[in-house]
Design a protein around this ligand. Structure first.
Ligand SMILES: [Zn+2]
Length: 222
């Protein structure tokens, strides 16, 4: 039996540390009470490893940029390391979100897409590819995310997906309609995005009408 010299208790099994005070136990261990979970250990090691790599890259980038003023030739004066830091933070945030218990897939998809697109627009602003980001990447990604949320809403049995589908669709449709009625010319991709969101609304009402009604009732109770 192992003993904790500080708590003066005996601890069965073959633990290395005292369950109360985390000090190292003394004495001979008995047979293990609990199996060791190697997969969990391995995963936590991978997680630490990627965190370590990410932080190393952040430190190196900030150092090269601010201490040694190494610039990207095509963008003189740009603090490129800040962009790298932002993207890595987003990367870490997205990874962390994946492990938050009780968040549904629709929520993950919505948050991920929102954060990544926001970052993309910031990057596009600095690296001057705004037209590409706004006219092509953003509408294509949003369309993909809407379709993914629609599929998730169809498969969803607990009824917590609908709100993400509906709010996503509203987010696309409202600015599109405003543009449309103000006769602002819209790019083909945004037009497609708008058409898809209308189709998905019709689809949601046809396939999941009751869930849509329930969700609207829940959100707009007076
Ligand atoms: Zn102890």
């Amino acid at each position: 039996m192992k003993k904790c010299p500080y708590c003066r208790i005996e601890v069965g099994g073959n633990l290395n540390k005292c369950p109360l005070c985390q000090s190292r136990l003394t004495g001979e261990g008995g047979e293990a009470y609990f199996p060791v979970r190697d997969t969990l250990k391995f995963r936590s090691f991978l997680y630490k490893l990627q965190t370590f790599i990410v932080w190393s890259v952040i430190v190196v980038a900030l150092g090269l940029d601010f201490l040694f003023s190494i610039e990207i030739p095509t963008y003189p004066g740009l603090h490129w390391s800040l962009l790298i830091v932002m993207w890595l933070m987003v990367f870490e945030y997205v990874i962390l979100r994946q492990f938050v218990p009780g968040t549904g897939s629709a929520r993950k998809v919505t948050i991920m897409v929102f954060v990544i697109l926001a970052m993309l627009l910031v990057t596009a602003h600095y690296l001057e590819f705004m037209w590409l980001a706004w006219d092509w990447i953003v509408p294509v990604v949003i369309t993909g995310a809407m379709i993914a949320n629609f599929v998730l809403a169809l498969l969803d049995r607990y009824g917590n997906t609908m709100i993400y589908l509906l709010s996503g669709l509203a987010c696309v449709l409202v600015p599109c309609l405003i543009q449309f009625f103000r006769h602002v010319p819209m790019s083909i991709t945004w037009t497609i995005c708008m058409i898809v969101s209308v189709i998905l609304i019709v689809g949601a009402v046809i396939f999941k009408g009751r869930a849509v009604a329930a969700e609207l009732e829940r959100r707009f109770t007076l």
